[in-house]
Design a protein around this ligand. Sequence first.
Ligand SMILES: [Zn+2]
Length: 446
Amino acid sequence: MISNNAGATIYPVDASQPLPRLLVKHGRVIDPANGVDDILNVAIENGAIVGVSRSEPAAFEGAQTIDAEGAWVVPGLMDMHVHLREPGREDKETIATGTRAAAAGGFTAVACMPNTNPVLDEESKIRYVLQRAEGCASRVFPIGAITKNSEGDELAPFGEMAAAGARAFSDDGVSVAKSNIMRNALNYSKAFDAPIICHCEDKVLSYRGHMNEGVVSTRLGIRGIPIIAEEIVTARDILMAEYTGARIHIAHVSTAGCVRMIRDAKKRGVRVTAETCPHYFTLIDADVGMYDTNKKMNPPLRTDSDRSAVIEGLADGTIDVIASDHAPHVSEEKDVEFDAAAFGVVGLETSLAAVLTCLVNKDILMLADVVEKMSLNPNRILSLPGGTLSVGAVADVTIIDPAASWKVDSRNFFSKSRNTAFEGFQFKGLARATILGGRLVFERKG
Ligand SMILES: [Zn+2]
């Protein structure tokens, strides 16, 4: 059992212990896959959902109850874009600490990017991550690399990685620069019904840039990353998906032009899905302020009009998924000059709150939309069965307190790293409890 100073506790997952009978009582159950939005009881037995009903199931007397009065009960959330840093940089995060951060943020599953050291580019490395994830506080779905060592030259062995459990392929951190390699990767991926997740960045155009190129970067005297660096590769990858008939998922969309291109591509029937991250619908380049390195990420925070376009893309369904791009860094890599600081911010423990505060409470997204973008859609994109509260489904459940008002204090994070863009932010709404495979793994009291 691990607790923080804010009344939150992670419970160990001990497979040798019997699965409890759990009754989640009187919560507002939101399950868009089944068209459910009602005050209901959720009964859990042997790790599965055995009943969702208005009346209390009689056979459940004596079960462990979780009072969800005033709370929302949703299918376990999934963050399909995180960096767990293991193997290689266990000083920043481990699979154990990253999954604790996930559980505390309401996530029962994460998909982790392969840009570890070594890169996850073969079967044994995928297996290593899965083995390390056993008994952890959330499920972990490793993403395999597109190319060996993510160097962009030679395709990694998709077949053996898929057989080992890889559900998608990505060279996240870089784009596959050579279009012929990207074409081969897309054709190859079709055999496995696994999407290619595209980090869209022309490294020649973004070379030595540290924030969005614009008036703010000029004023601060920082070399900029132009929107075209992201948009030109987004355009190429959409064209490539259309040409090959393969399936792509565009990671961390940050510009208005990308939102427009994805919208148009979907209308044409291109097999493209897309994600954005909380920082792109909450913050803009001006928030870099006086060289705040915790506002430095890749792609960078863009302008107000880009932020508005991202929000519009979320509202109209162009953007299917909200993922955190959780990117832990040690303070030595952030407490330095802006130009020298690492790209990326942690996000697992603030993502849900940012969504609730900035999208739901402002009536931009309905609750069912949130469940789709943070649970159902990522599961569908990765061809996983999760994201529903159907009877018979694995009991991955998130209980959300919509009224809790709280201030972000990174000292309370379960993550090993503290590099949040939201330090001191006042948010409304957070995960109250997380149930993984029928076991309570996280609970917040008070
Ligand atoms: Zn990326």
